[in-house]
Design a protein around this ligand. Structure first.
Ligand code: NDP
Length: 457
């Protein structure tokens, strides 16, 4: 006999199939975007089964469509006087709960599919923080690697010369992401002010504290990820103390995930960059990593020059063959595939916490669940960065400046609350313990209700 509940679930699944298949037909050439949409849409099945009014309001058809996609040419002059041309993007996905908010990525792999996947995820992540911020993302296929400071500045100025038309403290507030750190944010902010003829610190976040940035913003994503995983580990009476941890990447998120994990007593034995990874059985010396990556803008392989116990291996995938209790992928999308996930499981991993956006493929996530590995999904676990960006906006508009400890404490409270909300939503909709479903549902409900309350938007 078919129960009433399975009938409504069937209707919800058919509805989601229709929306997803239509999207697939139109965007078959955008695999990252489809991957992100698929992961979120199907986890919302229990919501649509319980709340058919969302289907009647065509909520999914609306939410998968960005409010605006801006694509522009960025022409700039290199140090040899040659004109270079790159492509810039800003995807303003949803303003249902606040001004658009999301980072800028400068990396040669950037294209519309990647910016859309990141922008779509950002809607739910920003909602989860509990702060009034909508979802957006932007960037360029510009490669900052090997460029001089003067070239980076000219590129940032050219990029902002176009982008400034679409942003503002109450409209759209960009921030950093891969390839966009404090140096780039400074150049972008300077050009915005120059064009506007006004000082508007609330237009961009991730600024240095000396001109309107928030203390603890630099640390926020990495620290926040560890705070989230710390809560999750309590479920199995584990903690970072004494745990062996592998962290991929050696950029902003990785560096501060390593720092917090070490402060909590973990031994972090490996990290990487896009060329390869280092393994230090004695535990990574973070001061050396910071000197190489933050100060010298060098390569992670230089680490072994001063640490004879450590080894360097060319290529990124091998990092997941190192046995660990906790894996924190903090580099980029799809860095853990099914095979890497199986290797992690074979080596006894107990928890995976995503610092990067979408670092696990859908198949890798299936492997975690099939093997009872605790899984902290990106949109919840790495929401600390945008949460502190929103705190930076609050400080800018109040013309106040909080101490490091004040911001860090607020971050800790926010991450704990995100964790609790994910647990609660998962339980309420029949998927107890599944933080992926919990995060998607908790993030979605707030935006969905705001859209319904605001009429046809
Ligand atoms: P950074 O540019 O500071 O660091 C990225 C790190 O990942 C670098 O070590 C880089 O190596 C490595 N990397 C980049 N591409 C690849 C690749 N294809 N394969 C292997 N390694 C790679 O970026 P962030 O730390 O800011 O961002 C990392 C991730 O976290 C991204 O997914 C980003 O979207 C996400 N994120 C960032 C937030 C933030 O506040 N910064 C907030 C929320 C999410 P190399 O030096 O060789 O390029």
């Amino acid at each position: 006999m078919v129960t009433a509940m399975s009938d409504s679930q069937k209707v919800a699944t058919e509805y989601i199939d229709t929306v997803y298949n239509n999207l697939k037909e139109k965007h078959g050439h955008e695999p990252e975007f489809l991957q992100a949409v698929k992961e979120i849409l199907y986890s919302l099945t229990p919501v649509f089964a319980q709340r058919p009014e969302y289907m009647e309001a065509s909520l999914l058809e609306r939410i998968v469509e960005p409010e605006r996609v801006v694509k522009f040419r960025v022409s700039w002059e290199d140090d040899h006087g040659k004109i270079q041309v790159n492509r810039g993007y800003r995807v303003q996905y949803s303003s249902a709960i606040g001004p658009y908010k999301g980072g800028l990525r400068f990396h040669p792999s950037v294209n519309e599919s990647i910016i859309k996947f990141l922008g779509f995820e950002q809607i739910f992540k920003n909602s989860l923080t509990g702060q009034p911020i909508g979802g957006a993302k932007g960037g360029s296929d510009f490669d900052p690697k090997g460029k001089s400071d003067a070239e980076i500045m000219r590129f940032c100025q050219a990029f902002m010369t176009e982008l400034h038309k679409y942003i503002g403290p109450d409209v759209d507030v960009p921030a950093g992401d891969i390839g966009v750190g404090a140096r780039e944010i400074g150049f972008l902010f300077g050009q915005y002010n120059r064009i506007r003829g006004a000082y508007e610190p609330g237009v961009i976040t991730g600024k240095l504290p000396r001109f309107g940035g928030s203390l603890a913003r630099k640390e926020a994503t990495g620290y926040g990820c560890v705070y989230f995983v710390q809560e999750m580990l309590k479920e199995i009476n584990l903690s970072f103390a004494g745990a062996t941890v592998v962290v991929s990447g050696s950029g902003n998120v990785s560096t501060y995930a390593i720092e917090k994990a070490q402060q909590l007593g973990a031994k972090v034995v490996a990290c990487s960059d896009s060329n390869g990874y280092i393994y230090d059985p004695n535990g990574i010396d973070l001061d050396t990593v910071k000197e190489i990556k933050e100060v010298q803008h060098g390569r992670i392989k230089e680490y072994v020059e001063t640490h004879s116990n450590a080894t360097y291996t060319e290529g990124c995938q091998g990092i997941w063959t190192i046995p660990c209790d906790i894996a924190l992928p903090c580099a980029t999308q799809n860095e853990i595939n099914e095979e890497a996930a199986k290797t992690l499981v074979k080596n006894g991993v107990k928890a995976v916490g995503e610092g990067a956006n979408m670092p696990s493929t859908l198949q890798a996530i299936d492997v975690y669940f099939a093997n009872d590995v605790l899984f902290a999904p990106a949109k919840a676990a790495n929401a600390g960065g945008v949460a502190v960006s929103a705190l930076e906006m609050a400080q800018n508009s109040m013309r106040l400046f909080w101490t490091f400890e004040e911001v860090d404490q607020k971050l800790h409270v926010i991450m704990t609350s995100i964790y609790n909300n994910c647990v609660k939503a998962a339980k309420e909709f029949g998927h107890e313990g599944n933080l992926l479903i919990g995060a998607n549902i908790a993030g979605f409900l707030k935006v969905a209700d705001a859209m319904i309350a605001q009429g046809v938007i």
